[in-house]
Design a protein around this ligand. Structure first.
Ligand SMILES: *Cc1c(COP(=O)(O)O)cnc(C)c1O
Length: 431
């Protein structure tokens, strides 16, 4: 959407009118555009019940619902040992960190957490940020800005936080086709061999659930002497013998310049990090404004994250249980012919292809079936590929799955195709 496209003439003259009146109208007009397109965001107001995941209370309906779209992939957000270590840290150290990392905010918990993260990825060091978004924004922004003449090569489907960091860095940016080492090669071949280069990509892409050919991308990057930056946000905790992500699973961690991750998804808390060499980490610690000028995470979060990482690292069974649940749900959805995108990961995209219909299905699931799945619309995904994104976890039972599949079937009949289920083959049968 172009900015100019939505400014109609009646709003064109702020000078002639009261400024606040004009801006209020401007905001309303922009919001109306979103509403007209069916992609105005409505948040479900939920209250998760520790010990009872994936169940939660939905406050608009005052009803218990089952969450099917959480990024707390393993249910670690309710793990009793995680909660206990957080409570201990609050008792011992109080609520907040009390400052930036530079000014009294580096607690013992933070230092130990960074050592644990370095150990998780087999790197020399790691640096914790207040979120995965901030980690990407700060690290890519700082590397791209500080390295003279740096060129950044970015996968076409990179997350908004990476795009923000790259843009903010002011470095020359080139976008390679999604997961396409040949296209990356084509771009790198054209680039000045004398200039420093960085290739930025993800391992598991959270909207399609596909996985990057990390080894092939590293091959190309190495051929041209480029650094590599991998976002493992949707893979840490879930893949690899100890949950070090796809780079651990494929034995590639040592080939990456930087591995970025989050404590907010599979580890169930919040916070982000970058793992790499001592010098890279020390450089970010010393130059990244998004690290320097903000209050450190509360010690209780750092303590809880340590416990969560420790548990996840040592529980291959939680990972196999997770994958088992994913396979089970994929199988059930395929059996009834509902339109899921085949994916090699734990993310199951349920393709709808229209923002308003997506919203309707989500609302129907919530109101009629007590199932919460947030619709995913533009700009998170391209227009025409609007979807529901299902994330099974070890806390979802077979009965939860049967209920979900029946509810999706009923919603599809109600909102999309009244004859669904009556025809023989319905794969890809969109409106
Ligand atoms: C969620 C996400 C982030 C941001 O992580 P937070 O810890 O939630 O800020 C970064 N990269 C990707 C690919 C993500 O999906």
């Amino acid at each position: 959407m172009t900015q100019s496209g939505v400014c109609d003439q009646s709003l064109a003259s702020p000078i002639l009118r009261n400024a606040s009146e004009w801006t209020e109208e401007f905001f309303a007009t922009r919001l109306d555009t979103l509403k007209a397109e069916g992609r105005y965001r409505v948040f479900a107001e939920i209250e998760r019940r520790a010990g009872d995941f994936p169940r939660a209370l939905e406050h608009r309906l005052s009803a218990e619902v089952t969450i099917w779209c959480s990024n707390d992939y393993l249910g670690m957000g309710q793990h009793p040992e995680v909660l206990a270590s957080m409570q201990r840290a609050i008792q011992d150290s109080g609520a907040g960190a009390g400052g930036t990392r530079n000014i009294s905010g580096t607690t013992h918990h933070h230092v130990l957490l960074e050592a644990d993260l370095a150990d998780l990825h087999g790197t020399e060091a790691a640096l914790v940020f207040t979120s995965g978004y901030v980690a990407n924004e700060a690290a890519l922004g700082t590397i791209g800005r500080e390295i003279p003449n740096c060129m950044i090569f970015s996968d076409a489907l990179n997350h908004a936080s990476m795009i923000a960091g790259i843009r903010h860095s002011g470095a020359e940016k080139h976008i390679f086709r999604h997961n396409d080492p040949e296209d990356l090669d084509r771009l790198l071949r054209k680039a000045d061999p004398g200039r420093p280069k960085l290739v930025a990509f993800e391992s598991v892409y959270s909207m399609d659930g596909d996985i990057a050919p990390i080894g092939a991308l590293c091959d190309v990057a190495e051929r041209y002497g480029a650094m590599t930056y991998l976002d493992e946000v949707h893979a840490v905790g879930l893949y690899g013998a100890r949950g070090g992500g796809i780079s651990e699973r494929d034995n590639l961690a040592h080939r990456l310049t930087a591995i970025q991750g989050t404590l907010g998804k599979a580890f169930g808390l919040m916070g982000g990090y970058v793992a790499g060499s001592h010098k890279l980490v020390d450089f970010l610690r010393s130059f990244a404004p998004g690290f320097i000028f903000t209050t450190a995470l509360p010690p209780a979060i750092a303590a809880g994250a340590r416990t969560s990482i420790e548990i996840v690292k040592n529980s291959p069974t939680i990972r196999s249980r997770h994958q088992d649940r994913v396979t089970r749900l994929k199988g059930l959805l395929a059996e009834v012919g509902l339109p899921t995108l085949p994916s090699p990961s734990h993310i199951i995209p349920f393709m709808v292809g229209d923002a308003a219909v997506c919203q309707d299905i989500s609302e129907n699931l919530l109101r009629r079936h007590a199932i919460y799945v947030q619709p995913i619309n533009y700009p998170t995904v391209p227009r025409g590929t609007e979807r529901l994104r299902l994330t099974p976890s070890p806390v979802h039972s077979d009965d939860d799955m049967f209920h979900l599949v029946e509810a999706l079937k009923e919603s599809w009949i109600r909102c999309v195709d009244p004859r669904f289920g009556q025809r023989a083959s319905l794969m890809g049968g969109k409106t």
